[in-house]
Design a protein around this ligand. Structure first.
Ligand code: MG
Length: 230
């Protein structure tokens, strides 16, 4: 008996290799904006940027800042740490990032093969906390858009994972029942515990095999393990 009909995928860090793509974009920005004049080296720039970016994303999710602030502020704070208080440069870097990021196409190993296999048997969807204009471009440029019947973004659902509202919006859009639905994602808190609390079965994609204490429906470290589960 086939239990599931609807598979809901997270995008960043689950299918689209956010880390690798992000580093590629930061490399381009570092060169284009001659940031070797500001930072001792590229890795330092990335490390400081990531810390600020993560913190600002937390604030964005709590609705304490707007996305326009997040975009430039992460670069301005990074520059300021190295004595450069240049809002115009930060704005250019913010624009570069948003422009270049969705053009990147590095996916996790076997993404396309796994989706080809699953597409024949299930309805596939994306639930993402990213921005509408960025996420749709990423899907198209990396050849993923044709696999998914619907894409549900937090911006359109007006709620981010792990909030139940976004899972509710996704299931409504898919006309799917909870018992026939499965959430697949890399973020234990947002994707997995969010889905679990809402009443969905989950597949925790944990490529670095991080330890945790949560009880999840399934756990995998490679996408192709999905084929064995489903
Ligand atoms: Mg993710």
């Amino acid at each position: 008996m086939k239990k599931y009909k609807h598979l809901f995928f997270d995008l960043d860090r689950t299918l689209w290799d956010f880390e690798k793509n992000s580093v590629k974009v930061l490399e381009t920005i570092f060169e284009k904006r001659e940031l070797d004049k500001v930072f001792p080296d590229f890795n330092t720039f990335v490390k400081i940027y990531k810390a600020h970016n993560e913190h600002l994303w937390d604030l964005y999710k709590l609705r304490k800042i707007k996305k326009e602030e997040l975009r430039n502020e992460r670069f301005l704070l990074t520059l300021k740490d190295f004595g450069v208080n240049d809002a115009i440069l930060a704005e250019h870097m913010g624009d570069d990032y948003v422009e270049l990021s969705p053009l990147q196409t590095i996916l996790f190993p076997d993404t396309i093969a796994v989706l080809d296999n699953l597409k024949a048997k299930y309805q596939l969807y994306v639930i993402t906390n990213g921005f509408v204009e960025v996420q749709y471009k990423k899907l198209k440029n990396s050849g993923l858009d044709s696999y998914f019947d619907r894409v549900i973004t937090s911006e359109e659902a007006k709620a981010s994972k792990p909030k139940p509202e976004i899972f509710h919006a996704a299931l409504s859009a898919a006309n799917a029942k909870k018992t026939e639905s499965l959430m697949i994602g890399d973020d234990l808190e947002n994707d997995i515990l969010g889905a679990k609390k809402f009443g969905l079965d989950q597949v925790y994609f944990n490529p670095s095999k991080e330890n945790h204490q949560e009880i999840v429906t399934f756990e995998i470290s490679k996408l192709k393990e999905l084929i064995e589960i489903l």
